[in-house]
Write a protein that binds this ligand. Structure first.
Ligand SMILES: Cc1cc2nc3c(=O)[nH]c(=O)nc-3n(C[C@H](O)[C@H](O)[C@H](O)COP(=O)(O)O)c2cc1C
Length: 338
């Protein structure tokens, strides 16, 4: 039997597929089905900073930045109260989840300021979480704010949380940083044990008839995997922190690509919403079949084999890729024209 186990955040996982943060994990029954289907860990849906602030009613004074836009974003999310669990309910769900499944359960904190994060991270730890994922979805809309300031804010947040919890902390990053390798190295110095590549950027759509801006949520497609592969492949071998890929993982091929790029685990959300939780089992069966056919003894043997460090020609990962891609396209076009 092929060994599919992988190491992630200091834990030995029984396979490469982690269920990423989604409301599917708000049901214990779903979590049991995820485990039965072969998920090796589950990241719970996020506890949002905005939701915590709503609960504590300490909105107005304490925010260190972006008070105005923060208040606007709350207006934009009035239903947070309705569809997200309160923090007490979240912690209770976490305790029950730990008892319901034997695979690791990761808590998820989503926000941009330190605020009460340290406290909530500690509470998650006390509730028995195996690790914490910090989701730092922040958008710079203020022209006076520099990218360096944003990074410092993020690093402070991570280092404050890492200083108070013993469980490993992974940071779910946005793709919109100028130097991702440098940032990841600094996150590692701040105590992060893993980086999760990447948050999806949910852009609102326009309704031109009603002249309204509307939030949209589309499930991902496998094409979204490519930038994640690219960055995982660049980071592999240059970080002590583990790498998780989230975004566009739908099939066994996608899982293999993520691991070959250098990821420790591949995460799934959209594919489970589209095909159902049992899809995990089908992907694992395909993965085993692929590996067995090529006589691999373990999945780990493939890790990083297509990383930037491992391939003889690194140009696909560098500027060379850009030039090659553009010139090959114009060549094809020319041939087609004749
Ligand atoms: C319905 C839905 C809800 C989500 N909620 C969260 C969340 O609470 N916190 C979070 O960090 N990511 C959340 N995500 C993002 C996923 O965890 C994942 O990173 C993203 O969807 C990309 O992976 P995918 O291509 O497998 O969907 C959510 C995704 C979906 C589809």
């Amino acid at each position: 039997m092929i060994d599919l186990s992988m190491q992630y955040l200091g834990m030995k996982l029984n396979g490469p597929i982690v269920v990423s943060s989604t409301p599917l994990s708000e049901s214990l029954d779903n979590m049991r089905r995820m485990e039965d289907a072969g998920a090796s860990a589950i990241v719970l849906t996020s506890l949002f900073e905005e939701q915590l602030e709503l609960e504590s009613r300490a909105l107005d004074e304490d925010l260190s930045r972006g008070t105005e836009s923060f208040a606007e974003s709350l207006n934009y999310l009035p239903d947070l109260r309705d569809y997200r669990m309160s923090h007490e309910v979240y912690l209770e769900h976490l305790r029950r989840a730990r008892a319901a499944v034997s695979i690791p359960v990761l808590g998820s904190l989503n926000g941009v300021t330190t605020g009460g994060w340290v406290r909530y991270a500690r509470e998650m730890e006390q509730a028995g979480v195996n690790a914490i994922e910090l989701n730092t979805y922040a958008l710079a809309t203020d022209r006076s704010q520099t990218s360096a300031e944003l990074e410092v804010q993020l690093l402070e947040l991570v280092s404050n949380v890492c200083a108070v919890v013993k469980v490993p902390v992974a940071v779910k990053l946005s793709q919109s940083f100028t130097s991702i390798p440098h940032l990841c190295a600094r996150l590692e110095d701040a105590g992060a044990r893993g980086v999760v590549l990447f948050n999806r950027f949910y852009q609102p759509d326009f309704d031109i008839e009603a002249q309204e801006v509307r939030p949209t949520l589309h499930f991902s497609t496998p094409s979204e995997l490519l930038p994640r592969l690219h960055w995982a492949a660049i980071l592999y071998g240059h970080l002590k922190a583990d790498i998780a890929v989230t975004g566009g993982v739908h099939s066994a091929e996608d899982v293999l690509k993520a691991i070959m790029a250098g990821a420790n685990v591949a995460m799934m959300a959209s594919a489970l919403h589209i095909h159902g939780i049992e899809h995990i089992g089908r992907v694992l069966a395909d993965l085993r079949y692929w590996l067995e056919k090529r006589e691999y003894a373990s999945l780990r043997e493939t890790r990083g084999c297509l990383s930037r460090r491992s391939v003889p020609d690194t140009s696909p990962y560098d500027r060379g890729n850009y030039i090659k891609t553009l010139s090959s396209y114009s060549l094809r076009q020319t041939v087609a024209a004749f």
